[in-house]
Each structure stands twice: as C-alpha cells, then as structure tokens.
Design a protein around this ligand. Structure first.
Ligand SMILES: CC(C)(COP(=O)(O)OP(=O)(O)OC[C@H]1O[C@@H](n2cnc3c(N)ncnc32)[C@H](O)[C@@H]1OP(=O)(O)O)[C@@H](O)C(=O)NCCC(=O)NCCS
Length: 327
C-alpha cells in the first residue's frame, strides 16, 4: 500500500526568451551542419536570451504563470527555491531576485546548485521543508541562461544549450495525488567532465583568464553516465513505491539529447509514445528542462489528472535524480 503523498503540485508555468537560434544560424558561426546536429542531438532550435537578460526575469515569468495556474497570489508563497547554475549574480541568490520581482513579502528564498538536476533537487528540498511544518506553499523553479556560459566558437558545446525557466507551486496534498518518491544522487569523482571552471573562487576573473569562463564537456563520457544513472534512478523510485513501469503514463527524461532520451527509454523498456520529447525545440535548458516539459505536457493534455509521471535527470557534478509524481 502506497503512503499518501505529503505535497502535490498545485500549478506550473514556463517561460523562454523570444529569440530563436536555428541550426542554420549556427552553421554561420562554427564549422557544423544542420544534418550533424539533428543526427547527433535531435536539436533543431533553441531559445536564447538577449545579452544582459538574467535568469531571474525568466524565472519570475514562469512563476507568474504557475501562480495563475494554481489560482494563487504572491501572498500565498512562503518558500522560494531556484535550481540554477547560471544565476544573475554570484550573490544575492536568484531566488531573492524572483521574490523581489513578484513582490513576495514573507518567504525564505535560496538557490540550489545541482546543474541539470537542479529542479528535482529543489523539489526534494521544498517537499521536505513543507513536511517540517515550517512552510505552507513553495515556489520551485528551474531556470538557466546557459547561453551566457557557452563558448560560441566551440562546436562541441555551442549547439547543445538553450535558455528558459520552468516553475511549480507545491502545497499540502489532501488526496492521493502528489510527490510519491524522489531519489537524489551525486558522484563528485566526475566533477571535471562537465564544468565551467572560470569566475569562481578557484579562478577569480582576471583579464588573462576570462577564457576559462565557459562550459567544457567530455561529451561521450557524459552520455554514457547519463544513460546509466537516469535508468538506475527510475528503478530506485519505482522500488521505493512498489509501482511498476507499466503504471507510468509519461516518462520525462532530462532533455539533453534525443539519443540519450531514446537510450534511456530503451534501457528501461518504456515505449516511445510514453517518453516526452521537446529537446528538438528547446535544446538542453539544464535545470529548466524538467519543469518546462511538465508544464508543456500538462497544458497540452499529455499529463491529465490521475496520471503517474516519472521524471529522471542527470547533470554536472555528476548529479542525478528521479521522481514519481501522481497528478
Ligand atoms: C556532444 C555529443 C552530441 C557529441 O556526439 P558524439 O557522437 O559523442 O561525437 P564525438 O564527441 O565523438 O565527436 C565526433 C566528431 O564530431 C565532431 N563534432 C563535435 N561537435 C560537432 C558539431 N557541432 N558539428 C560537427 N561536428 C562536430 C567532433 O569534433 C568529432 O570530430 P573528430 O572525430 O574529427 O574529432 C554527445 O557526446 C553528447 O550528446 N553527449 C552528452 C552531452 C550532454 O547531454 N551534456 C549535458 C548533459 S546534462
């Protein structure tokens, strides 16, 4: 018998910048081709923020949509967590900027750094803090402007990433719907395989080392670990709940690369029509990918009340996470 969930998703929202960068645009910037990018990644377009647009603006827009969806206002939120590795500033936290932009007066606000796992890590924290009884409703956001960290002359990485934000409001569940299980894991031995080494305390910005401020990645190694970790994460949340793969209505893998998504689906044995894909339109939006996909799937009817949704993700650290949510 499954335990009754403590918290549930009350509303969701998303936001992306207007500007779209196509593979044809990238062909003019680096030695690449539309065909290579589609065959190796499945990505056709990605949304890119105008220079100077920080994550907070996208995150606040996604949050407003989520509040509207939930029928709630700023006064109903007392906890804000933003999963991001591309926050507006070193400090203060992007969550505090979201609080400022939304006019949320009474809340605790902080960021979580878990790269592409940022949303599920934040969801886990938010759910635990609601469980503590100290908070009533939490705004959980995954948002990134990774275009600010891309080396636009490096064809190995510049085709992959996009900008965006996704938000969810969580509050107490009165019924069987809600967050059934979450599993978080990390393996710091691989910290160097996907990294932006610049501009932190190890390499503070100086005129001669600004080139360090860019995403570097061992793509093949990341690919291999991502497939194994996301599949294992799904097994673990199914194991925690006693639910089976057949019970899942929709699997939402982190949208990094279509080949990774397909490999995860195949490894766990999920039919393609129950695996969500939007990486073709948004690229890899890191922490934003899962909440953006959840919101898109809800609004398009792919997720309906009663549906069981599994989300799995993997990112720098390495970090990975999986969740099972009944809508
Ligand atoms: C990045 C990735 C698409 C590369 O695909 P791949 O099949 O592993 O390709 P490789 O890295 O082996 O590179 C193969 C060749 O393509 C080239 N190449 C890389 N990017 C290219 C591009 N955009 N256009 C054309 N050629 C490209 C490489 O230079 C290499 O050329 P070489 O053989 O002459 O050295 C793939 O490894 C990947 O998706 N990894 C995971 C990335 C990811 O999701 N990261 C975030 C996780 S959260």
């Amino acid at each position: 018998m499954q335990a009754k969930p403590h918290a549930k998703i009350l509303g969701t929202g998303r936001a992306v910048p207007e500007k779209i960068l196509s593979n044809a645009d990238l062909e003019k910037m680096v030695d690449t081709s539309d065909q290579w990018i589609i065959e190796r990644t499945g990505i056709r377009t990605r949304h890119i923020a105008e220079p100077g647009t920080g994550v907070a603006q996208l995150a606040a827009a996604a949050a407003r949509n989520a509040l509207d969806d939930a029928g709630l206002g700023p006064q109903d939120i007392d906890l804000i967590i933003v999963g991001t590795v591309s926050g507006d500033y070193k400090f203060p936290a992007t969550a505090c900027l979201v609080q400022q932009q939304l006019g949320i007066e009474q809340a605790a606000a902080f960021d979580v750094s878990a790269a592409c796992s940022g949303f599920l890590y934040s969801l886990r924290l938010g759910e635990s803090l609601l469980r503590s009884g100290d908070f009533r409703r939490a705004l959980i956001i995954g948002g990134e402007v990774l275009s600010s960290q891309v080396d636009w002359s490096d064809r190995n990485t510049c085709t992959l990433f996009g900008d965006g934000a996704g938000a969810a409001i969580i509050g107490p569940s009165q019924d069987e719907s809600g967050i059934l299980a979450l599993h978080l894991q990390s393996d710091g031995r691989h910290a160097g395989l996907l990294i932006n080494p610049g501009c932190g305390s190890a390499n503070p910005p100086r005129p001669d080392n600004l080139h360090l401020h860019a995403i570097r990645m061992e793509g093949r190694e990341v690919f291999r670990h991502a497939v194994a970790a996301m599949s294992d994460g799904l097994d673990r949340v199914l194991g925690k709940t006693g639910l089976r793969l057949e019970d899942i209505d929709l699997l939402i893998p982190h949208q990094a690369n279509l080949r990774i998504i397909q490999a995860v689906g195949k490894k766990v044995g999920m039919p393609e029509d129950r695996v969500y894909v939007n990486v073709d339109r948004f690229g890899n939006t890191s922490a934003a990918s899962i909440p953006m996909a959840i919101d898109e799937a809800r609004r398009s009817g792919r997720i309906a009340p009663g549906h069981l949704v599994a989300a799995v993700t993997f990112g720098a650290g390495f970090t990975w996470a999986a969740g099972l949510i009944r809508f």
